[in-house]
Design a protein around this ligand. Structure first.
Ligand SMILES: C[S@@+](CC[C@H](N)C(=O)[O-])C[C@H]1O[C@@H](n2cnc3c(N)ncnc32)[C@H](O)[C@@H]1O
Length: 450
């Protein structure tokens, strides 16, 4: 891809994303199967993810330089202007090259008329930056400063008055590349030595004994032992789950929203002598990756049962034998992983939250019936919004007489993690640390109420 084509492709992807049609950046990105595609892929990714990360700020800046809004049919040119601003504001490219290639992208989009407009807007923006020595215009409010949609910035301010705007700032940082070391093969400390011998550097995680943070992202194929199942890529927050589940040989475990199976595999790495582990997910296609990973990680397959099914309808997939442990890693807003998926800022709407909370409540209620008396259910989300987390659990405890909460102390391998909530424990996203994540541990009464 030529530099102009990369910018045109980024504009097409963003136009699709913003139009509200189905698709996330991860799905819209080309796979880079041809050598030509692969060459432009890093820049394409940078332009798409970066423009999403700063979208709300760039959008506000752009208004100062546009005489009138563009027509709806020219949304691609609007996106190209945002991509242009992003390059000038956040990338260390020579300004003339960024401007020229963005102008040329209009030709690739078959909109030659837009060349003059793009050239004029970007040059005026650059002049204004030069005059003010840095940023083009000061942001009007915190949401604009941190490039968040107002509804989400407000919700986070209300939820975390002491931690806001740190939470917003952390959500805009580039995420670390974190590995989960397969403890059936090697310890995190020994894997770090392997990494060093291969010319990479990193640190072991503070909270999970299987986590290794790389100082720099690398292709997984370059990681020592990746093909042989020594490591997987997984954030440290997710790696705390097996420890909380109190796994023992001979237990039966349900992973109710399992695809693509990162946590199922970790559970098996942590306790390969389970009687069974049942992985359920409504998306069959995403479950295929679970089989591939179980094989790569050389995990025992005899205990694994995989079911593509709706977890809210146990009568369609459950044989009636209760599970000793249930993990409900619920579908959620993903507000705790915006640093990894900045398109969440554009894709989520305020009205999604009550809809997701209702689905989570249905999952909690249905799956509770599959849990054995005395058994444990771990409810987790990668959300930092109370409606999906502590308030969700408060309501569940209120309507479920045989459920009690087991407090989570947050004792990690070298430090205490998270914030104790009214119910459950919350991690907020932290630079060089874990994603935003929520955990609540629930126990079913050993004697059922009459
Ligand atoms: C947070 S993701 C799970 C990630 C997974 N636990 C892992 O670690 O790889 C939530 C999952 O819930 C699934 N899901 C959503 N609604 C569901 C339902 N009614 N029944 C089962 N799975 C559902 C989605 O397909 C998605 O894969």
């Amino acid at each position: 891809m030529t530099p102009a084509k990369v910018r045109a492709e980024a504009a097409r992807i963003l136009t699709h994303l913003i139009s509200g049609q189905q698709g996330s950046l991860a799905n819209l990105m080309p796979r880079g199967t041809s050598a030509d595609d692969a060459q432009g892929l890093p820049l394409l990714q940078e332009l798409c993810f970066g423009t999403c990360r700063w979208f709300y700020r760039l959008e506000a800046q752009l208004q100062n330089f546009l005489d009138k809004p563009l027509k709806k049919k020219d949304a691609d040119i609007h996106c190209l202007l945002l991509i242009g601003l992003y390059q000038l504001e956040y990338l260390r490219l020579p300004a003339y090259a960024a401007i020229n290639e963005t102008v040329n992208a209009a030709v690739v989009l078959k909109k030659v008329w837009a060349k003059r407009l793009i050239n004029a807007v970007l040059r005026r923006y650059q002049r204004s930056r030069d005059e003010k020595q840095n940023s083009a215009a000061p942001p009007h409010n915190t949401a604009e400063q941190y490039a968040f949609p107002a509804w989400l910035a407000d919700a986070l301010q209300q939820a975390w008055p002491e931690h806001y705007p740190h939470v917003l700032d952390q959500s805009n940082q580039h995420p670390p590349m974190t590995l989960r070391v397969n403890q059936q093969h090697i310890s995190a400390a020994d894997y770090l030595l392997e990494l060093e011998q291969a010319g990479f550097s990193g640190q072991v995680g503070k909270f999970s004994e299987t986590a290794v943070y790389l100082d720099r992202a690398v292709a997984v194929s370059a990681l020592p032992g990746f093909a042989d199942g020594w490591v997987s890529v997984q954030d440290e927050a997710s790696q705390l789950i097996p420890g909380l589940l109190q796994l023992l040989p001979g237990l039966s475990v349900l992973d109710a929203c399992a695809a693509p199976g990162g946590k199922t595999c970790h559970i098996l790495e942590n306790q390969p002598r389970l009687a069974s582990i049942t992985a359920v997910d409504i998306e069959e296609r995403r479950l295929n990756r679970l089989h591939q990973n179980v094989q790569r990680l050389r995990l025992p397959e005899h205990a694994l049962r995989v079911k593509a099914a709706d977890a809210t309808k146990p009568d369609q997939w459950w044989d009636g034998s209760p599970f000793d442990r249930v993990l409900l890693d619920a579908p959620c807003s993903a507000s705790g992983i915006i640093r990894r998926q900045p398109d969440i800022k554009l894709l989520r709407r305020a009205e999604d939250i009550p809809r997701l909370a209702a689905l989570q409540a249905r999952l909690l209620d249905s799956l509770w019936s599959t849990l054995a008396p005395g058994g444990l259910m771990l409810y987790t989300t990668c959300s930092i919004l109370p409606a999906e987390n502590t308030l969700q659990i408060a309501a569940f405890l209120h309507r479920t007489p045989d459920a009690t909460e087991i407090p989570i102390s947050g004792e990690g391998s070298s430090g205490r993690w998270g914030i104790q909530c009214l119910h459950g424990r919350q991690l907020l996203p932290e630079n060089h640390g874990p994603d935003g994540f929520f955990y609540a541990l629930l126990q079913k009464a050993a004697d059922q109420p009459q």
